[in-house]
Design a protein around this ligand. Structure first.
Ligand code: MG
Length: 218
């Protein structure tokens, strides 16, 4: 019985995600589902992306947190098109929450929506939101063992951003070990190493985005 309930939840989520995907496609919007543990730099990456692209494309942001409007308030300095979802304890966003949030964005005008999922490496990956790409953000200070401990998020993501690369020389993070474990789980997964704080290699991320945007614009 319990298994049946879980199946129904996931079936409902998939149907809603497909509706979201159609809405995004019809409006030519690139949508990114951004996943990481707390503190890896999802909000920082979103802010640094808006700073670099706000004059060329229109960007919306959906912020997911268990509580507070803290991140949305930070992002409000850079764009008005931001909606905060408070999940009230749920450890991930689902497609229905995103559908509600999207109603509050001016989507007809948007080119890109970045969805900041709830910070954890476990639950969010199980829920399709209708996004084009899942992006997992790791950071040097988390250590190089996260792919070993939390495989699914690394298996299902389309891109890995390794943030806080400016800390690499003072950390024990073993890049060869990390890359090797990623290759075992998701061969060929692209890793972009950057620092939101110093701006180091942000251009590779912006280039990756621009390429995906080209395929979407209508
Ligand atoms: Mg955040």
């Amino acid at each position: 019985m319990k298994i049946e309930v879980i199946k129904n939840v996931l079936k409902y989520n998939k149907e809603q995600a497909d509706k979201n995907r159609k809405l995004f496609k019809d409006n030519g919007i690139l949508v990114l589902n951004m996943l990481s543990s707390p503190g890896a730099g999802k909000t920082s990456l979103i802010i640094e992306t808006i700073k670099r692209l706000k004059d060329t494309i229109k960007i919306g942001v959906i912020e997911g947190d268990i509580s507070s409007t803290y991140d949305a308030e930070k992002i409000k300095y850079f764009t008005d098109n931001v909606v905060q979802i408070n999940t009230g304890g749920t450890c991930h966003l689902n497609a229905g929450m995103v559908a509600e949030a999207v109603k509050k964005l001016k989507i007809k005008k948007l080119d890109l929506i970045m969805i900041e999922n709830v910070g954890n490496l476990i639950c969010p990956v199980g829920f399709d939101l209708g996004e084009d790409y899942k992006i997992v953000i790791s950071s040097v200070n988390e250590g190089d063992d996260k792919p070993v401990k939390y495989p699914p998020i690394f298996i299902k993501s389309d891109l890995l951003v390794l943030n806080k690369i400016d800390l690499i020389s003072i950390s024990d993070f073993n890049q060869d070990f990390f890359r090797g474990k990623i290759n075992d789980l998701n061969p060929g997964l692209k890793i972009i190493k950057l620092s939101c704080k110093t701006g180091n290699n942000m251009e590779e991320w912006i280039g990756w985005l621009a390429k995906r945007r080209k395929g979407k614009s209508n």
